[in-house]
Every structure is written in structure tokens, then in C-alpha cells.
Design a protein around this ligand. Structure first.
Ligand code: UDP
Length: 320
């Protein structure tokens, strides 16, 4: 019998690419999603195969059990349910907090009941505005607990703490993965993050909106690399209780990134300044030594290749 994976938030951007990978690996997938930021369109390739990918409309902040979901078994429960772009988590601030608190509790409870492994999708945002670079998993972070990003940052930090307590108290096999600025096809045009904003603006012949002075840095990881890291961390044995940074250590300022997007899109660079959002981290770059050592993983897709694939998919979208 094929393994079954349950993915909370499985209709989201990264999670839907994980669904593709798990199905390709021969697994069956059960997706729980309330579609607040994810969409059925992200799972379009699977809609005709409900025996392989079952989609259940479920707000993970509301109660659910193996019985209520009609689930007899699962090998792995992935908690990927949360708005993840600053625009969406500001708009859905309370929903973000409850998805990360109650959704994670629901996922852990389900994993325990089914004797399944639990994988938490966390974020580089747990490091806040870091004092050190690159950021290793051992760094505790510098987060404003009452700021505008706290619903996401502290939501994820709570989810990590809860996950580790289930590991300690119940010996549940858990793995925590911190994602760093993943991008690729299926990102929503209106998601507000820098990658879809810059690509949409470049393709529309508009100036790219640079927030602040553009000297803040990010490190962008193409989604197929991200999913490969997730797959390895979720399926390799003897990793219970470990945390992994999953990201690309190549770091760019936002101004450099604007230049690269314009070049790959084949347009001259023009920019317009906008205010820096509150608590916007000044730098972000993963230390991936642990993932290299224990997962045998590192990103393979260059920024230009990944952007070309993403821009090609954006160009093929029907006009809004
Ligand atoms: N940013 C920008 N222009 C945009 C959107 C974002 O300059 O149109 C900046 C933002 O201020 C941040 C970086 O790009 O410094 C990455 O922002 P994003 O919203 O993609 O994600 P974050 O890494 O902040 O979670």
C-alpha cells in the first residue's frame, strides 16, 4: 500500500509543489485547506485523481480528527497551513496566529493518533532582524513580539515550541524546516512579495517598487530545490527533533535583485521608491551546513534559471 501524506495547507504555493513531488514518488496525499490564500487551481493536475489526492475543505483552526477526516492511516503529517506573505498575514493576522497555534496543535494530535511523523513548515522569520549572518539553526533570533510581523514570526515560533514539546513529551518524530524566500511558478500575482511584484511590474513595463533604500538583503530559493530539501528532511530516518534551514545561501540586496529581474525579463530597469514596511529585516541568508551534512542537500537551480522559469509561467497566465 502506498504511504499517505496529510498536508495541512496543501493548496498553497510551496505545499502544492510538494503534493506534485509526493505523488510522483508514489504516495497518496490528503490536502486540508480553507483556501484563504491557497487555491484548487494549484492542484489542477490532481483534481481528476481523487484516489491519489483527496482535497478536504477544512479550516485547520477548527477541530478535526482522523475520524472526522475519514482517515485510517498516514505516514506523515505536514503542517504548512498559514498565510506566508507579509501582505496576506497582515490582512489575516488573527487567522495566521490561530492557524499556527491551533492548526499546529491539530496536526500534532492527528500525527500522534495515526503514529505518523510530523513535519512543520517554519520560516527564516523566526530569526527576525538578525544580528548575525548567515543564520545557523542554533541562532535564537531577534523578533519584535508585538510588531506588525509578530502574528507570523511569533506564530511560527510558538508552532516550533509546541512541536518540540510534543517531541519531548510524547516522543513524536518531528522535523522543523525553516524556509527562506522560496519563489517559483504558482506564486500569486497579488501576493505582495518581492518576486511576484517585480516580475508583474517588469512584464507590465512599470517601474519596480523598491521599499526603503533597497540595501536590505534576501536569499532566494527556487521551489524545486525547496521541495527537494523538504522531501529529504521528511523521509530520511533518524532526524527526529531536528531543525533545518532550507534555503539558498546566495544573498542579494533588493536593488541587485531588481536589476537581475529586469535583465532576465529583458526590460530596462526602472524603479520607484516606497516606504520600508515596519520591522522589515535588514538581511537574511541561511547557513545550510546542517542540511548539506545530514540531508546531502543543497540548491541546484541558479537565480537566473529559476527566475526565467518563473517569468515564463507568469507570461503564460491569462490577463487579469
Ligand atoms: N520588497 C520591495 N518591493 C516590493 C516587495 C517587497 O522592495 O514590491 C522588499 C521588502 O521590503 C523586503 C524584501 O523585498 O525587504 C522581501 O520582501 P517579501 O515581501 O518578498 O518577503 P519577506 O522576506 O520580507 O518576508
Amino acid at each position: 500500500m502506498p504511504d499517505t501524506a496529510v498536508i495541512l495547507g496543501g493548496a498553497g504555493f510551496i505545499a502544492s509543489h510538494l503534493v506534485d513531488r509526493l505523488v510522483a514518488e508514489g504516495q497518496n496525499v490528503v490536502v486540508l485547506d480553507n483556501f484563504c490564500t491557497g487555491s484548487r487551481a494549484n492542484l489542477a493536475d490532481h483534481l481528476a485523481h481523487p484516489d491519489r489526492v483527496r482535497i478536504i475543505q477544512q479550516d485547520v483552526s477548527e477541530p478535526f480528527t482522523a475520524e472526522s477526516l475519514g482517515l485510517a492511516d498516514a505516514a506523515t503529517v505536514y503542517q504548512m497551513a498559514s498565510p506566508a506573505s507579509p501582505v496576506h498575514y497582515r490582512r489575516l493576522s488573527l487567522e495566521t496566529l490561530t492557524a499556527n497555534a491551533l492548526g499546529t496543535l491539530g496536526g500534532l494530535t492527528l500525527a500522534q493518533a495515526l503514529h505518523a511523523r510530523f513535519v512543520l513548515a517554519s520560516t527564516s522569520e523566526v530569526y527576525g532582524d538578525p544580528e548575525m549572518s548567515p543564520q545557523p539553526e542554533t541562532y535564537w533570533g531577534r523578533v519584535n513580539p508585538i510588531g506588525e510581523r509578530a502574528c507570523y514570526d511569533e506564530g511560527k515560533r510558538f508552532a516550533e515550541a509546541l512541536t518540540m514539546e510534543w517531541h519531548r513529551r510524547h516522543q513524536l518524530d518531528v522535523r522543523i524546516l525553516r524556509f527562506f524566500n522560496c519563489y517559483g511558478p504558482r506564486m500569486q500575482t497579488e501576493d505582495g512579495r518581492v518576486v511576484p511584484n517585480f516580475i508583474s511590474q517588469a512584464l507590465a513595463g512599470e517601474p519596480l517598487t523598491v521599499y526603503g533604500d533597497g540595501h536590505q538583503t534576501r536569499s532566494f530559493c527556487y521551489v524545486s530545490d525547496e521541495v527537494d530539501g523538504i522531501y529529504r528532511a521528511a523521509t530520511l530516518p533518524d532526524l527526529g527533533g531536528l531543525v533545518f534551514n532550507i534555503g539558498n545561501p546566495e544573498e542579494h540586496t533588493i536593488l541587485e535583485f531588481a536589476q537581475i529581474v529586469a535583465e532576465v525579463a529583458g526590460v530596462p530597469l526602472t524603479t520607484v521608491g516606497k516606504p520600508l514596511p515596519p520591522d522589515d529585516p535588514t538581511r537574511r541568508r541561511p547557513d545550510i551546513a546542517r542540511a548539506r551534512r545530514l540531508l546531502g542537500w543543497e540548491p541546484e537551480v541558479s537565480l537566473r534559471d529559476g527566475l526565467l522559469r518563473t517569468i515564463t509561467e507568469f507570461r503564460a497566465r491569462p490577463p487579469a
